[in-house]
Design a protein around this ligand. Structure first.
Ligand code: HEM
Length: 482
């Protein structure tokens, strides 16, 4: 209490001056906030305070402050912001990504990490190899749907891993359900979408009053979310009872505690149901960046191919075993994760008690954004940050070009628990595509600016690529392994 009282006499971190009540609401960028936040940080510094309708927002823009607060003080910086619509009315806060920090979250993360980890990696790699063997012919036969092929690959890997389910196409009812719920989530947390998030007293307005239509929307979304939680889980349970369940995270979670109490039973369902939503769009975004970068930087592509040609025996496809012998390719993967970070602002954390840092007061409940994009585009850390240069990681200077994976996968006790799976997918696609195919920017798009979307997960807006086999031998290799 004493600390709270004393620290509240300290100033808040600096930031743009706002208006009474509204705070900085009218100044908040509507698109790609990370770029505006990075500009503001040049004026206000690497720890910046904003407020929107009384909600405190702290933006961290350097490795030092991010690691000091989100890593070293992770016992108090690991909550998630609470949304009346998404958390209270729909129930997304029962699923790891949105869940408040505490025992239940730790248990949920344990269930995921107990099954997606270094020990299980080689089994999961077999799943990825079998799906990439189907992906390559799909791309070769039909370039025009590159984005869709990538999305199929990610859906196929994640549902095989999470529920032992084979996904042939997007009509699969589980994929549709997961996509619907993911879309519901994005709509529910979009800034400014629901007044009740800024004025929670509105939840008490009776349903018959005009303007409360959001309550019916919340009910519908809650229903979809409950189906996502239960239907794929029941499917695995039934298969286990019949003795036909393939290995999966869900099967292993059920078998490790076959007679759970009510709380554990719900936890088993929510922690396995969240896997698709957290893996799909993120991995897809990184893979889209890979194809886009290859089209934009043909010389980088050639160097990576030359390395692969030297390391991989002719007539064979590269494998996970080749990883240690491919320094340039590994550096290219780091550049993909840095150049357009999948989650430029990571995911928001929330502070669990008043804190004091560098003489500033940071109030309990503040939403904390780590501007990972700003760090990964800081020219004093990554010279020429807007250029793709895998070589930057191969030079010996320790102070420059730190491994961007430190920033790409989030922080502290909320860091991404799927990193191994994500990196393995990225690796196997990069090496198998580059060793057999050439990627060019499609004719007519050469002068289009490269743009990325707004939103928590950022995607390239265009990625028109022409992908062809490098040779007839390569073509045979691609089609032969289908
Ligand atoms: C290239 C792909 C991916 C990237 C760049 C990525 C990055 C991230 C980031 C930045 C966060 C937020 C961390 C924070 O709040 O500090 C996160 C959270 C999370 N990721 Fe990933 N991720 C990827 C793929 C995956 C995959 C494949 C899975 C699952 C198999 C996964 C599961 C999760 C989960 C469950 C969370 C929430 C963790 C929590 O709230 O405690 N992610 N990820």
């Amino acid at each position: 209490r004493l600390l709270g009282k004393r620290s509240s006499h300290l100033p808040m971190p600096p930031g743009p001056r706002g208006l009474p009540v509204l705070g900085n609401a009218l100044q908040m960028p509507r698109e790609r906030e990370w770029i505006t936040f990075a500009k503001w940080a040049k004026t206000y510094g690497d720890i910046m305070h904003l407020s929107v309708f009384g909600r405190h927002i702290i933006v961290l823009s350097s490795p030092d402050v991010i690691l000091d607060l989100l890593e070293k003080r992770s016992t108090i910086y690991s909550d998630r912001p609470f949304f009346t619509m998404a958390s209270e009315f729909i129930g997304f806060d029962k699923f790891v990504v949105m869940e408040p920090y505490g025992n239940r979250l730790r248990e949920g993360r344990k269930l995921i990490q107990g099954n997606i980890n270094a020990r299980s990696a080689s089994r999961l790699q077999q799943v990825q190899i079998s799906k990439v063997s189907q992906l390559l012919p799909r791309i070769l036969r039909d370039n025009s749907n590159l984005r869709m092929h990538i999305r199929w690959y990610v859906a196929a890997v994640i549902f095989q891993v999470s529920h032992g389910r084979t996904i042939d196409n997007f009509d699969d009812p589980f994929v549709r359900l997961a996509e619907a719920s993911t879309e519901d989530f994005a709509r529910s947390v979009r800034p400014g979408a629901y007044l009740v998030d800024n004025f929670p007293f509105l939840k008490y307005v009776p349903d018959w009053v005009p303007g409360t239509g959001w309550k019916a929307v919340a009910k519908q979304r809650k229903h979809t979310l409950a189906r996502l939680r239960d239907e794929p889980f029941e499917y695995v349970k039934q298969q286990l009872a019949q003795g036909t369940a393939p290995p999966s995270v869900t099967a292993s979670v059920i078998e490790s505690n076959p007679k759970p109490n009510a709380d554990d039973a719900e936890l088993q369902r929510t922690s396995t149901a969240i896997l698709y939503a957290s893996a799909a769009d993120t991995t897809v975004s990184a893979l889209e960046s890979f194809f886009l970068i290859m089209g934009l930087y043909p010389e980088v592509q050639k160097k990576a191919q030359a390395e692969l040609d030297t390391v991989v025996e002719a007539g064979k496809l590269p494998d996970y075993n080749d990883r240690p012998n491919l320094p340039y390719v590994n550096a290219l993967i780091k550049e993909i994760l840095r150049w357009n970070p999948v989650l430029p602002l990571a995911l928001p954390h929330s502070l669990m008690q008043d804190d004091e840092y560098r003489g500033y007061h940071i109030p309990k409940g503040s939403t904390i954004f780590a501007n990972s994009w700003a760090v990964m585009h800081d020219p004093s850390l990554y010279p020429d940050p807007f250029e793709v240069r895998p070589e930057r990681y191969l030079s010996p200077s320790a102070a420059l070009n730190p491994d961007p994976r430190t920033f790409a996968f989030g922080y502290g006790r909320r860091a991404c628990p799927g990193q191994i799976l994500a990196e393995d997918s990225l690796f196997i696609i990069v090496v198998r595509v580059l060793s057999t195919m050439t990627i060019e920017r499609a004719l007519g798009t050469n002068n289009l600016p490269v743009e990325y979307t707004s939103g928590a997960i950022s995607h390239p807006t265009t990625m028109d690529c022409k992908v062809t086999a490098r040779s007839t031998d390569a073509e045979k290799l691609i089609l032969g392994v289908e």
